[in-house]
Structures are given as C-alpha cells and as structure tokens.
Design a protein around this ligand. Structure first.
Ligand code: IPD
Ligand code: CA
Ligand code: CA
Length: 262
C-alpha cells in the first residue's frame, strides 16, 4: 500500500473509533445547525481533529481542507488532504447507520489516494490512482448491468439549498420511470463507493462540496467507472454537481438529465 494511503487509512480508522464510541450515546451529543438542514456535532469535530493530527504527524507540511475547520496551508504545499470527518451527519444523529469518514489526498490538484471508511459495517474502501479500487483489500469493479430498466440508481435530494427543487424533481421523475429504482441513502461518499462496487449502477447529485466527493470519485474511477458533471464535463469538483457510473450507464444518465439542464 502507498505510504500516504496507509496514513489515510490509519486516520480514517481513528476517526471511526471516535464516531462508533459516540454512537453508543447518541442522546448526549451536542448538535448545532450550520444552516438549514446542515448539522455539525462535537463528534464531527473530534473525528476531524483525530484525522488532522494523524495526517500532520506524518506530513507536517501538507495542506488541509477539512469540512469543519476549513483550509490550512492551502497554496503552500503541493499536497492537500480533503477531509469529511462524518459524511452523513444527519443519518449518524438518528442512529441510521449510513455514514462514513472520507479522506482524499490531492497532489497538484489531482486526487491520488482515497479512503472511505464505513465504521458501522467496518467497510474500508480505498484507491490509489493507477492501482485500482478495493473494498477490505479485495479488488472492486463497477456493475456490468447496462440495460437501464435493470439499473438501480442512487441520488441525493436537495436539502440545504432548495432553489433547484423543481429541476431536481423533473430529473427524478424521468430516472424513476426508466430504471429499476432510485435510492437516497444520505451519504455521498458511500453512494460513490456503492457505484464502485456494483451495489448500484449509477449516481447523480447536485450542489455537493469537495470533501463529499473527492475520495469516492477516485474510488469509482479506479473501479472502472466514470465521473462527470451533469453535462458530461469534468468540472464536477468545482461545481459539486456529479454523475458517476460505468461508461455505458453514464451516457444514458446524461441523456436523461440533459433536458433538465438550463
Ligand atoms: C451530506 C451527505 C448527503 C448529501 C449532502 C451532504 P454531510 O454530507 O453527503 O448525502 O446529500 O448534500 O452535505 O453534511 O453529512 O457531511
Ligand atoms: Ca459530507
Ligand atoms: Ca460532514
């Protein structure tokens, strides 16, 4: 395993222990509302601290972009760690076990190492650019299904910003009509990993942040999938609008989304 991926795994597992310990006493967790439907807890902060401490212990000069504490040293290092300590905080708060730790390492702006750790299932998804994607050390590949009516598609609803809800519902209506079903599980990083290991055939969502998608996207690409924005272009990391699937399913998803883009 690449030494930087090894550090990412160590950090993710430490954060996972913080999170799972806290999950035993959900009633005592302090919650704040960052904005409408966007929550942060003392557990998000403690998990993030554990990740950053582990990374900086190994690489003190690397830059950090973390959801809860923001950017440190960005622009001063070629290496940037992109961290979501709990992706799926709303699920975590409800004891709904669909949440994960997401850690990506970018070099000169390109993600090279990725970890998504689901502590409830002890599922560790990893990828290194050019080396492949793994779930608990076993190689994973995207699904081989290509007939849309056999495809299960994941998505995320507009929760914080509802200004594009009508546009989104139009997309959902068309995709529901033509596929085997749509799933909304509430953790973007795991939605991407589910594409990577073939539990769903595709995924789309709008308005995400870099820490939601940086790690999961490399895991999809290294599992033989493709990632684009909703128009099939490559600026999904900047826009936060994302589609991920095997190449053949992605082309069909883009075709269904196109009439809804304005
Ligand atoms: C959220 C999850 C969710 C997505 C939201 C994200 P958070 O991340 O990834 O699936 O729909 O847009 O904000 O806030 O739980 O880290
Ligand atoms: Ca997130
Ligand atoms: Ca989060």
């Amino acid at each position: 395993m690449h030494p930087m991926l090894n550090v990412a795994v160590k950090a993710a597992r430490r954060a996972g222990s913080v999170i799972q310990r806290a999950s035993l006493n959900l009633d005592t967790i302090r919650v704040e509302n960052k904005k409408h439907n966007d929550f942060v807890t003392d557990v998000d902060r403690a998990a993030e601290e554990a990740i950053i401490a582990t990374v900086l212990e190994a690489y003190p000069k690397h830059a950090i972009l973390a959801e809860e504490s923001g950017a440190k040293g960005v622009g001063h290092s070629e290496y940037e760690w992109i961290i979501d300590p709990i992706d799926g905080t709303t699920n975590f708060l409800h004891g709904h076990t669909q949440y994960a730790v997401s850690i990506a390492l970018a070099h000169k702006g390109l993600v090279q190492q990725a970890v998504v750790y689901d502590p409830s299932r002890n599922d560790l998804f990893t990828a290194s650019r050019g080396v492949g994607a793994f779930l608990n050390d076993r190689r994973i590949r995207v699904s081989k299904r290509i007939q849309l009516n056999q495809c299960l598609i994941a998505t995320g609803f507009p929760v914080t910003d509802q200004s594009y809800i009508d546009q989104y519902l139009g997309m959902l209506k068309d995709i529901l009509a033509k596929t085997a079903g749509v799933r909304r599980e509430g953790a973007a990083s795991l939605d991407l990993c589910n594409v990577a290991c073939g539990r769903v055939e595709g995924y789309w969502e709008k308005n995400l942040q870099p820490w939601d998608i940086a790690a999961g996207s490399l895991i999809v690409q290294e599992a033989g999938g493709m990632v684009t924005d909703l128009s099939g272009e490559q600026n999904w990391m900047e826009s936060g609008d994302i589609v991920a699937a095997s190449p053949k399913v992605l082309a069909q998803l883009l075709q269904m989304l196109a009439p809804h883009l304005s």
